[in-house]
Design a protein around this ligand. Structure first.
Ligand code: MG
Length: 210
């Protein structure tokens, strides 16, 4: 049986500057510096967006939202994630879990990481136990360690509702893959399942879209 599980990785880094809000995971963080960027500079959402797109073979955030496009000037980065999730949904994929790391010397994010996690889980329509946000420092090493920038990493696991189509030109052979991916164990089916265009019903737990 062919596996329908796919993994995606995302990375991003933005320079810190005065006069900008600091947005991380869709949450505004109290800080006297913020992240530069054509959009709102939310480095975590950019990394997660890239991971979602990557898991579905859909390119990267720059392919879909180029910084040369004035429409994305100072844009709320949750729009990018929302669009990536819709693309994933259109490709028949739904998220299983998301793991992330933020590396920042300043501000100290230890007190913020659970709030960032909740914000990110809300944007993803995933229960908290399927989303993780880790906050690290760079131990004073390099540009991040000097407090000049913040970087973020993300890994996303997706499954597909239907088997992935064979590559064009591949030798034909009857597929033994199931018409639908097996339901994850231990996850209840939500009565609001039909309302979701994004997550597989079984992966939802009564969360609401932002
Ligand atoms: Mg970016």
């Amino acid at each position: 049986m062919a596996s329908t599980t796919r993994i995606g990785i995302g990375f991003d880094v933005h320079r810190l500057t005065r006069g900008r809000k600091l947005m991380l995971g869709g949450l505004e963080i109290e800080s006297n510096v913020g992240l530069e960027g054509h959009s709102d500079g939310d480095v975590l959402l950019h990394a997660v967006t890239d991971a979602v797109l990557g898991a579905c073979g859909l390119g990267d955030i720059g392919d879909h939202f180029p910084s040369s496009d004035a429409r994305w000037k100072d844009a709320d980065s949750s729009r990018f994630l929302e669009a990536a999730l819709d693309l994933a949904d259109g490709a028949g994929a739904y998220l299983l879990n998301v793991d992330t790391v933020i590396i920042a010397e300043r501000p100290h994010l230890g007190a913020w990481k659970e709030a960032i996690r909740s914000s990110l889980a809300g944007l993803l329509d995933l229960p908290l136990d399927r989303v993780c946000v880790k906050a690290k420092t760079a131990e004073g090493i390099g540009e991040i360690g000097a407090g000049h920038a913040i970087e973020a990493h993300a890994v996303v696991l997706v499954d597909h509702r239907a088997p992935v189509r064979r590559a064009a030109g591949a030798k034909s052979a009857p597929s033994k893959a199931p018409a639908r991916a097996p339901k994850p164990k231990g996850v209840r089916k939500s009565p609001k399942a039909k309302a979701s265009r994004r997550a597989k019903p079984a992966a939802r737990r009564g969360t609401t879209r932002r």
